[in-house]
Design a protein around this ligand. Sequence first.
Ligand SMILES: CC(C)(COP(=O)(O)OP(=O)(O)OC[C@H]1O[C@@H](n2cnc3c(N)ncnc32)[C@H](O)[C@@H]1OP(=O)(O)O)[C@@H](O)C(=O)NCCC(=O)NCCS
Length: 322
Amino acid sequence: MSGLRGSAILGVGAYRPSRVVGNDEICARIDSSDEWIRKRSGIVSRRFADDGETIVGMAAEATRKAVAQSGTHPRDVDAVVLASMSILEQSPPSAPRVATLIGARNAAGLDLNAACSGFCYGLAVADSMVRSGQVDRVVVVGSERMSDIVDPDDRGTAFLFGDGAGAVVVGPAENRGIGPVVWGSDGERHEMIAHDGAWRHGGAWPYMRMAGPEVFRWATRLVPETATRALAAAGVRADDLGAFIPHQANLRIVEAAARALGLGPRTVVARDVVHAGNTSAASIPLAMDDLLSRGAVAAGESALLVGFGAGLTYAAQVVTLP
Ligand SMILES: CC(C)(COP(=O)(O)OP(=O)(O)OC[C@H]1O[C@@H](n2cnc3c(N)ncnc32)[C@H](O)[C@@H]1OP(=O)(O)O)[C@@H](O)C(=O)NCCC(=O)NCCS
């Protein structure tokens, strides 16, 4: 890719809904226990959005913080890429409202659905847009209300998911602060995480269902494999990483991947899933914001991101933290 300029993440921001939902509240609807949920998923609590905490509103809050941290004036934002799998309206797209709410009046706005890989897919799109010279500032924001599409009575999914939003601003840089993306999909296995019907007038609410153990086996193999390829593409060694920030699906998947990669003692592993649950496209920027804001990892360190989920989809890249 010689001849192109570099791009980098310039700022990060998060929005976490105020209502904390513990495992006991989840267990009021399913045959389970706090102990089982902690042991099998690592999750202690998650946030659920209330009626006023919309996908657009949460995305705008997270984006405002990322834009401010990046030192960008909102009117200089050229494009907003909104990654989400829980938007219930087909039309209009939601990204233009996020752009308007933050004051980026003439920005391009597009919605992107790559499920739990959505943030890494969006980052790859933003990186290409900026490096091509087409635009200077792109927001990538993941925002989810998984509580709208997860059945509270489904023992296989009810305890796993949560709501929230996380955003970054991508802009030009001398060097590549966003490494080459390693991504792909497998549509043959689309039924492993899928809605149990379509939204039809008068029909039953089509909740998202998941073949949990199959997804678990796929993820524990795929994450280290894809991560290793992304490290090689970026020319970074696993033990040089400042942070490992995989999609926060299940703490057991995070720990298994960290072990398989042979991370060194200096690499901080994101474990935001413990108090956020799986927030799909929002999970990586939420976890990144958490690590940076509490000083667990320093700006300028490299971090390995890996998204994976429904589709099936996956994507990974190494980034320099803002
Ligand atoms: C969902 C998940 C936590 C289930 O954990 P698991 O260890 O695979 O559990 P299993 O489904 O094999 O069930 C094991 C046992 O627990 C029971 N069980 C299942 N769900 C339960 C629940 N919510 N509470 C208590 N027991 C439960 C099962 O009935 C089974 O009992 P048995 O051994 O008597 O037959 C795990 O499969 C997972 O994390 N999958 C990947 C999820 C994911 O990452 N999804 C998003 C991708 S983006």
